[in-house]
Design a protein around this ligand. Structure first.
Ligand code: CAA
Length: 272
C-alpha cells in the first residue's frame, strides 16, 4: 500500500522530478498534485519545493484549471516535514536560505494562490507537512491523520510559517501548547480545534476533497481570486480597503454579469 494513491485514475510524473505526480482532467477542472516519496513519508526536500513551485506556476496560468488538491502518495503520510536528513548539517546561513526560499517559492505562493488549494491530509502532517497544509485554503483529513509541529523536539522551531499561521487558524493559546510540547494530535482533535474543515475515513478522502473542489470550481474564477486575497488580508490593517477594492473590481467582469443574469433568469451560471 506504500505506493498506492487514494485517488483513482492515471497520474503523470513531473517531467524533471519523479517525486512529484499529477493528474488533471479538464472536465473536472481540478489538478491533483501528489508528493511521491512514500519511503521517506513524503518528507519535503529542496528539489521537491522547487518542482512544486514551478508546477504551481504552470497551473496558475492554465485557465481551465480552477482548483488544486495537494496530497501524498501512500496511506500513511501526507508530508512528515522538511527533509531532516537534508538539513542536518546546515549552518545559520543555509537554514536562513532554506526557510526564506521555501516560503517565497512554495508556502507563500500557495497561501496567495489565485485558485482554491485544498490539502487532502492522508496521514502524518508534521512540521513542514502541517505548514504545507496550513498554507492551503481548505483542509480535509482522513481519520488516521496525525498533525503537529514537533520542530522544538529537534531543537528548532517551525520555519515555514507555522508560528504565524497556526495561531491564526486555531488560537494563540493552543498553538503555544502544540509547538512548545511538540504534541501530535489526531484528526478528531484537529477537527474540534478547527485546524481541519472535515475528517472522513481514508477511503472517502479523495471523494470529499474532489467534492469541495467541484463546489469551488462552480464559482467565478475572479471571485475565487478576490475572495482569497481579501480573506488573506483579514489580519492586516488595510483588510477593509482590500475587500472594498476587490469587491468593486468584480463589477467590471463578464462573470459578474453572467452570475446576475443567471440568477434573474433562474438558471445555473456558466462562468468562464
Ligand atoms: N525527514 C526525512 N526523513 C523522514 C522524515 C523527515 N521529516 N520523516 C520520516 N522520515 C523517514 C525516516 O527517516 C525513515 O527513513 P529510513 O527508513 O531510511 O530510516 C522513513 O521515513 C520512515 O519513517 P519512520 O521509520 O520514522 O516511521 P515511523 O512510522 O516509525 O514514524 C513518524 C513516523 C512519527 C512520522 C516519524 O518518522 C517522525 O517523527 N518523523 C519526523 C517528523 C518531524 O519531526 N517533522 C518535522 C521535520 S523539521 C521541519 O519540518 C522543519 C521546518 O519547519 C522547516
Amino acid at each position: 500500500m506504500e505506493n498506492s494513491t487514494i485517488f483513482s485514475g492515471e497520474f503523470n510524473f513531473h517531467s524533471t522530478n519523479k517525486d512529484l505526480m499529477f493528474q488533471y482532467n479538464l472536465d473536472t477542472k481540478t489538478a491533483i498534485v501528489l508528493i511521491n516519496r512514500p519511503k521517506q513519508l513524503n518528507a519535503l526536500n529542496r528539489d521537491l519545493i522547487e518542482s512544486l513551485s514551478n508546477f504551481l506556476n504552470q497551473l496558475e496560468k492554465n485557465k481551465k484549471i480552477r482548483s488544486i488538491i495537494i496530497s501524498g502518495v501512500g496511506n500513511k503520510s501526507f508530508v512528515a516535514g522538511a527533509d531532516i536528513k537534508e538539513f542536518k548539517k546546515f549552518n545559520k546561513e543555509e537554514s536562513l536560505h532554506l526557510s526564506s526560499l521555501g516560503k517565497e517559492q512554495l508556502f507563500n505562493k500557495i497561501t496567495h494562490f489565485s485558485k482554491p488549494v485544498i490539502a487532502a491530509i492522508n496521514g502524518y502532517a508534521l512540521g513542514g507537512g502541517l505548514e504545507l497544509a496550513l498554507a492551503c485554503h481548505i483542509r480535509v483529513a482522513s481519520e488516521n491523520a496525525k498533525l503537529g509541529l514537533p520542530e522544538c523536539s529537534l531543537g528548532l522551531i517551525p520555519g515555514y510559517s507555522g508560528t504565524q499561521k497556526l495561531p491564526q487558524i486555531i488560537s494563540k493559546n493552543i498553538a503555544m501548547e502544540m509547538i512548545l510540547t511538540s504534541k501530535i494530535i489526531d484528526a478528531q482533535k484537529s477537527l474540534q480545534l478547527g485546524l481541519v474543515n472535515y475528517t472522513v475515513p481514508l477511503n472517502e478522502l479523495s471523494t470529499k476533497a474532489l467534492e469541495i473542489a467541484s463546489l469551488c470550481n462552480a464559482i467565478s474564477p475572479e471571485s475565487a481570486r478576490a475572495a482569497i486575497k481579501a480573506i488573506n488580508s483579514c489580519y492586516s490593517q488595510n483588510g477593509e480597503e482590500i475587500e472594498t477594492e476587490e469587491f468593486s473590481k468584480l463589477f467590471e467582469t463578464s462573470n459578474f454579469k453572467e452570475g446576475v443574469s443567471a440568477f434573474l433568469e433562474k438558471r445555473q451560471p456558466n462562468f468562464n
